[in-house]
Design a protein around this ligand. Structure first.
Ligand code: CMX
Length: 133
């Protein structure tokens, strides 16, 4: 497990939040992406070495829409970079963490990803990210 790759923030209105975070960082997003597998529209910001992903659900059934409905806007997950996602998935499963994906899936920003259930990690939704390029 390596550095924090990004922090995901669930929002209601991506355009409004893009404007807000652009003011916060003094920079606009460097990328917008629709992630079909997750039913989300995303917007990525870089601030120094840090990366922030804003997420808005694309329909009512989206995990992000449900999260915002239940808990309100805010930090949704912390993603960690990994070199070999399959190896990390095996290791973490052996250590007792609950994996939400049996196999890595394709996520935003050209990554292979896997989530750990927050109930197995002290209430924090953790994402593993491996570069695809
Ligand atoms: N962080 C911490 N806890 C969370 C959470 C989150 N992001 N989302 C849900 N929970 C908690 C809830 O508070 C709830 O806890 P209680 O039982 O104590 O109330 C419990 O998990 C179950 O929550 P739920 O609302 O019933 O939601 P589900 O069980 O249907 O789904 C989860 C929860 C984690 C399995 C689901 O969100 C998931 O599969 N996440 C992984 C995929 C994902 O998050 N995709 C969106 C991001 C995509 C991207 O980054 O591109």
């Amino acid at each position: 497990m390596q550095k924090i790759e990004h922090i995901g923030i669930a929002v209601k209105d991506l355009e409004k939040s893009e404007a807000l975070f652009s003011l916060l960082f003094g920079n606009g997003p460097y990328k917008r992406e629709f992630v079909e597998s997750q039913s989300v529209n995303t917007s990525f910001f870089k601030n120094g070495p840090n990366k922030i992903e804003l997420l808005q659900g694309t329909n009512q059934e989206s995990i992000i829409s449900k999260f915002v409905e239940k808990k309100g806007e805010g930090i949704h997950h912390i993603a960690f970079a990994v070199v070999d996602i399959k190896h990390e998935m095996k290791r973490l499963q052996t250590e007792g963490f609950t994996l939400l994906n049996k196999e890595p899936i394709i996520g935003a920003d050209n990554k292979l990803i896997c989530f750990l259930h927050p109930k197995s990690s002290n209430g924090v939704l953790i994402e593993l990210c491996q570069d695809r390029s």
